[in-house]
Design a protein around this ligand. Structure first.
Ligand code: WTA
Length: 652
């Protein structure tokens, strides 16, 4: 098939499958038809301020009503100005007042198999108590609390306690190094550190407290440290600095009214690496973020009262912030929280959890789905997954064949899949099917949420035609948007607002097809320029993954005198031995699927791809390897790649 190449980025993918929701699913859904979705979207687009103002009044508790919906001085947005609310109040008190005190809020399972449950009333009590502990340690409004904890309920409790008293949390994924913690603490001026003695990971203990001890030597602003006993290890405690969580909680009062906070009070900072340079502290604030994660949770996951929602992300990432803690809890949902690895003690752990807790909505990342495929269907099929009614993905594009596997093997061909496109910066989901209303196409995040207006532009900022790839921008402010990069206004302006005047630049390429469905094509920096044609990574990768022997792949450009970029691909096989015949077969396969232009020049077989800690393929790194290994041959092993990846990401 020939590529269409007159615009910015050529599209070579031809995905024609369409999966409408069943009549039964739609009948019970919050948004029941395409017409209903379109009316909602158009209503929002016609007057975004009025749309969001009405929702904010309905969905949030206000200690004092807001006077103005939006004050927009590009790139600075203020939403619901003059109002006072509290995110912890909206997640807890408001639900309890509505009669949900006995509903399960968090159903938790630890990696070793221990479990516990918190109802909304119990969670409220724990959060109030921990809020008082923080206050007792001198923490108040505007102070930054650095959290480096395992996926235990106390992590969510700590976040909600910060929100309750107006402190700002900075959650750092409990897999980062001491150096990374210190950098983030220093950048944020963190005043206190929360951690645990250790964490369980694949049956081993990660010594979190020891890592924190090292980090705190270099974090001069941090004065105190609270340590949760998770595994029960002896750890050295520094007198005057370190406090045990359980000892503080023993004497803490459970009376702690939520602080009425201005709408724009910072709620959290979350560091994200970005494509180059030092991590950016993405800043989110109170009211707009809260409204956006609550509404997007309800729209996209079509939440119903009896749902059991499981998002497998870690609270150290935005997905955990928005769709384990703040979105679902604001909506009064029951969330499952799991501490450990998906393959401990074996590869069926996730499906055991789904069966045991009767999970009805399951939300995970493409990297996990590709691992499930590689591990084999037998781990899935021995469990009863009939409780599932809806599936979701986030974090990377999903290759259509992986989508099909998810649909068939996990979803039993009955569950819609919501492929949700969004970013740390956007706060919540921006594009996704509303599952009762929008038919899905494998590999497409389909359509924007109400109030979100995407536009795809070329480098001059002009709109591109249907099916032409270009830069994805958002043309109107939305309540969940970032409010800046912590301590670096100039970088905020520069990264997101300078290249395309008047619009938020997401940093991804995308195209919109003839049915107004959006397809994310990868990061702007990852585009391949082959003989003057700009190709997206995901399309080449998806073509490879559609071959039955391929588990996953990454495509990068290798500098080439003639072509500009030659196409270099890294391939992880499912159950096959790499050899030259297979190399030929795969080249032909890509040629047949998407055309000669995209046919790989180099195929590197490997046992694993280097990934970021949140599971995204690190193409930048592979680009270096593709260029550097040219003369050495192409059968470098997994260990080389992953070790190299690890070394480099550790330097972050
Ligand atoms: C990518 C995660 C394709 C994209 C919530 C984005 C996706 C970056 C999708 C943000 C998707 C996320 N399809 N690509 N459904 N979801 N991405 O900040 O490149 O960890 O810009 O936020 O992940 O990653 P972040």
């Amino acid at each position: 098939m020939a590529a269409q190449v007159s615009g910015q980025i050529a599209t070579v993918m031809q995905e024609k499958r369409l999966f409408p929701p069943t009549a039964e699913f739609s009948a019970h859904a919050r948004v029941k038809s395409l017409d209903e979705y379109q009316a909602l979207w158009e209503n929002a687009a016609a007057d975004p301020s009025a749309f969001w103002a009405a929702l904010a009044r309905e969905e949030l508790h206000w200690f004092e009503p807001f006077q103005e919906t939006l004050v927009w001085n590009e790139p600075d947005a203020q939403w619901f100005v003059g109002g006072k609310t509290n995110v912890s109040y909206n997640c807890l008190d408001r639900n309890i007042e509505a009669g949900l005190g006995d509903r399960q809020a968090i159903v938790w399972e630890g990696e070793p198999g221990d479990q516990c449950t918190f109802t909304y009333a119990q969670l409220h009590e724990e959060v109030c108590k921990f809020s008082n502990c923080l206050k007792q340690l001198g923490i108040g409004k505007g102070d930054v609390v650095s959290i480096y904890m395992p996926m235990v309920p106390e992590l969510a409790i700590a976040m909600l306690a910060c929100a309750r008293i107006g402190a700002i949390h900075s959650v750092i994924f409990a897999g980062f190094s001491a150096e990374a913690i210190a950098d983030r603490n220093n950048d944020a001026n963190a005043k206190i550190q929360l951690t645990s003695d250790a964490a369980w990971r694949r049956g081993k203990q990660l010594p979190l407290k020891a890592i924190v001890d090292e980090a705190l030597e270099k974090s001069s602003t941090v004065q105190k440290c609270v340590v949760l006993k998770r595994v029960g290890n002896e750890v050295p405690m520094q007198s005057g600095r370190d406090f045990w969580w359980h000892e503080l909680m023993e004497s803490a009062s459970s009376d702690c009214p939520a602080e009425p906070l201005d709408s724009e009070t910072p709620l959290f900072i979350l560091y994200t690496s970005g494509s180059t340079g030092k991590p950016k502290g993405i800043k989110h604030t109170t009211a707009g973020y809260n409204l956006y994660v609550k509404k997007s949770f309800q729209w996209v996951f079509d939440h119903r009262e009896d749902d059991v929602f499981w998002c497998t992300a870690d609270c150290g990432w935005i997905t955990g912030h928005s769709y384990i803690v703040y979105g679902p809890l604001s909506a009064g949902a029951t969330v499952v929280m799991y501490e450990g690895a998906p393959n401990h003690p074996d590869e069926s752990r996730f499906w055991q959890i789904v069966e045991k807790y009767k999970v009805s909505i399951f939300y995970t990342a493409p990297t996990a789905i590709r691992a499930f495929i590689k591990w084999g269907d037998e781990h899935v099929t021995k469990h009863d997954l009939s409780s599932l009614r809806l599936l979701g993905t986030v974090g990377e594009g999903i290759n259509p064949e992986a989508w099909m596997w998810y649909h068939k093997t996990i979803g039993g061909e009955r569950c819609p899949i919501v492929d949700t496109w969004w970013q740390t910066e956007t706060g919540g989901i921006m594009m996704s099917p509303l599952p009762g209303a929008i038919a899905t196409k494998p590999g497409s995040c389909t359509k924007p949420l109400p109030g979100i207006i995407p536009e795809i532009v070329d480098e001059a900022g002009d709109l591109v035609d249907a099916n032409q790839g270009g830069w994805l921008t958002i043309s109107q402010p939305w309540p969940g948007m970032l409010r800046g990069i912590w301590g670096d206004e100039e970088r905020y302006r520069d990264v997101y607002w300078s290249k395309v005047p008047g619009k938020y630049l997401a940093g991804d390429n995308a195209r919109c097809d003839e049915d107004d469905y959006y397809w994310i094509m990868g990061r702007i920096d990852d585009v391949l320029n082959v003989s003057g044609h700009r190709l997206s990574t995901i399309e080449i990768e998806s073509a490879l993954v559609s071959h039955p022997l391929v588990a996953e792949s990454a495509a990068v450009g290798r500098p080439d005198d003639l072509k500009g970029d030659a196409v270099a691909v890294f391939v992880v096989l499912r159950d096959a031995d790499p050899n030259d015949d297979l190399r030929k077969t795969l080249k032909q396969h890509v040629r047949k699927e998407i055309g000669a232009l995209a046919q790989p020049d180099d195929i590197h077989f490997t046992n694993a791809l280097p990934k970021t800690r949140s599971g995204k393929i690190m193409r930048r790194l592979l680009k270096d390897i593709a260029a550097g290994k040219e003369t050495v041959g192409d059968t470098t092993t997994l260990e080389d790649y992953s070790v190299l990846a690890k070394l480099r990401s550790d330097e972050e």
